[in-house]
Design a protein around this ligand. Structure first.
Ligand code: G4P
Length: 283
């Protein structure tokens, strides 16, 4: 789903999340493991200030496992607890409850000591930009298919709590935040991974960007998939070469870039080049 974010929508989304934050103890921030920085909201620290946060690297089944390992270290070194997930199959989600309890332990112990509240479940909210897998995760945690109707800014309904295990309750509507789209590279990363579907970005530009990245980080896989002897220096020359190999030619022998881009993008999304990550932590 693509949401067009305007300043009014952003302000409204933020207001709605601020309201939801009053109800919960811990935030589950969901990002795409292949682009853990590009798939974050630029104001997440400010918006969730004061609430313990658990970062969930979702779609890890599609990400490069080595890169994911590096990201886990990166975030843990910054003091942010992390879990690696595949919300589609549920892999990794059984660790969420224990992690959430750990994060609120101090607060709950204090409340207990002061006799403020009776023991109760930890309350959590899933937050993230569109398409990172919030609804899929909520359904997985709920153990059934529930209609996640709040998945649009401005759509409101009565909040329900979903019981997860014995000591966790999850709000059934996620908080939806906007990506940092003023940065063009972030837009390109979101488009390559499919987070922006009907992209306003030029299709061929997205592929050209991806090829430039893959050439540096996954050259062997490119050679293997497209039967290349070596990789041309310039991403455009690489694009040409793959287009030629795939028979994407127009009359006069010119490369049909749109057709070539479509093939490459389809290959990338179908994991024909294996599990790829499009970001690595700065060394
Ligand atoms: P959102 O609420 O954050 O907007 O995201 P949503 O759950 O709708 O998920 C967006 C897409 O990502 C869906 O695919 C969903 O199946 C897929 N997805 C979510 N989590 C994972 C994961 O861990 N691994 C993989 N591989 N995919 C995941 P879709 O193409 O829109 O729908 P469908 O093909 O599943 O029907």
């Amino acid at each position: 789903m693509t949401i067009q974010w305007f300043p009014g929508h952003m302000a409204k989304a933020r207001r709605e999340i601020t309201e939801k934050l009053k109800l919960i103890d811990v935030v589950f921030e969901l990002v795409d493991a292949r682009i853990p920085l590009a798939s974050r909201n630029p104001m997440i620290d400010e918006i969730t200030a004061g609430k313990p946060r658990l970062l969930l690297l979702n779609k890890a089944d599609m990400a490069d496992p080595e890169a994911t390992k590096q990201w886990v270290h990166y975030f843990e070194n910054k003091g942010l607890p992390v879990l690696v997930l595949n919300a589609k199959t549920g892999q990794g989600i059984n660790k969420i409850e224990a992690k959430a309890k750990e994060l609120v332990k101090e607060k709950f112990d204090k409340m207990k000591a002061k006799g403020i509240v009776k023991p109760r479940a930890v309350r959590a909210l899933i937050l993230g930009i569109p398409n990172v897998g919030k609804s899929t995760l909520i359904n997985r945690l709920a153990g059934k298919n529930i209609a996640v109707t709040g998945d649009k800014p401005g759509v409101t309904k009565k909040q329900q709590w979903i019981k997860v295990g014995t000591s966790l309750e999850l709000l059934d509507t996620p908080g939806i935040l906007w990506p940092k789209f003023e940065d063009q590279e972030i837009g390109l990363k979101l488009a390559v991974t499919g987070a922006i579907k009907e992209t306003l970005l030029d299709f061929t530009e997205v592929v050209l960007y991806a090829l430039g990245y893959l050439k540096v980080h996954y050259s062997e896989r490119l050679c293997e998939r497209y039967n290349l002897a070596d990789i041309p220096e310039e991403p455009l020359a690489l694009f040409d070469e793959i287009g030629r190999k795939r028979g994407c030619l127009m009359s006069g022998g010119y490369i049909d870039y749109e057709k070539a881009a479509e093939i490459i993008l389809r290959d990338l999304r179908a994991e024909k080049l294996g599990r790829l990550s499009y970001e690595l932590p700065l060394q």
